[in-house]
Design a protein around this ligand. Structure first.
Ligand SMILES: C[S@@+](CC[C@H](N)C(=O)[O-])C[C@H]1O[C@@H](n2cnc3c(N)ncnc32)[C@H](O)[C@@H]1O
Length: 234
């Protein structure tokens, strides 16, 4: 992966270069640009398009408003009490976390990929509402070390384009190239159920071949399965 930086961001870019080199290669078609306050990715495959993560994106706001108004929205079924604390353990570009925050949940986002985290951190810092907390790291580490407990945990390991993908498939294709791939999903679910009183929800494609622990129950839509694991209070 290439990094282009102005003088203001030089030490940051050196730190990141070192980190990425130690983690192994990311696609050379992807470049991170650090220009003053602006942070974005470009993907040579999609030459004309910058991948920017920000919560003032008009299509994300439109989608969020529609989902907040809809009493039958899937998040409201999955997480029945909106004032509760929710940990989004696979934050990605923060779209789900942003929607949940606007629905009234107290959201903490965790993201393990350093490049995704730089983009997401920028979005969280420039978000006017200042309601979302974000931590970079593995959600297993976070859950194992925090003294906090949560009501709900949410996992979304999916990269497939869905009809509700608010930032479009090019963003998702690029996210896939810079994301971290978790192998220990069983352990993650287990620790999440110990730290969450109500429930842990894991989203997967309806026809996915992911090997998951058996959920307590499952809410199905046409394209997606939401596997639900009871929390420690249940
Ligand atoms: C499919 S994306 C999530 C998209 C997100 N729901 C959204 O709305 O933008 C999955 C993300 O989870 C991150 N991830 C995977 N395993 C993780 C872990 N154990 N801890 C923290 N982040 C993780 C990946 O790096 C990736 O960015």
């Amino acid at each position: 992966m290439k990094i282009f930086s102005d003088n203001i961001n030089l030490s940051r870019s050196k730190f990141l270069r070192n980190l990425l080199d130690s983690l192994g290669a990311i696609d050379e078609n992807i470049a991170l640009h650090l220009e003053g306050e602006n942070i974005y990715l470009t993907n040579e495959k999609y030459r004309e398009k910058q991948v920017v993560v920000n919560f003032s994106n008009s299509s994300l706001i439109k989608l969020t408003n529609e989902r907040c108004r809809n009493n039958n929205d899937i998040f409201k079924k999955l997480f029945p009490f909106s004032y509760k604390k929710i940990i989004d353990c696979t934050a990605g570009f923060g779209r789900d976390g942003f929607i949940l925050s606007n629905m009234g949940y107290n959201v903490t986002m965790i993201e393990n990929s350093p490049v995704v985290s730089i983009l997401l951190n920028h979005a969280v810092k420039t978000d006017n509402s200042k309601k979302i907390r974000f931590f970079h790291g593995n959600s297993y580490d976070f859950l194992a070390n925090t003294q906090e407990s949560f009501d709900y945990a949410y996992f979304d390991f999916m990269f497939q384009k869905t009809k509700t993908s608010s930032l479009g498939s090019k963003h998702d294709e690029t996210l896939k190239k810079i994301a971290f791939f978790e192998k220990n999903i069983d352990d993650l679910i287990s620790i999440a159920t110990n730290k969450c009183g109500q429930r842990v929800v894991l989203k997967e494609a309806a026809h996915s071949n992911m090997r998951l622990p058996k959920p307590n129950y499952c809410i199905k839509t046409k394209l997606l399965n939401y596997n639900i694991y009871n929390g420690y209070k249940k």
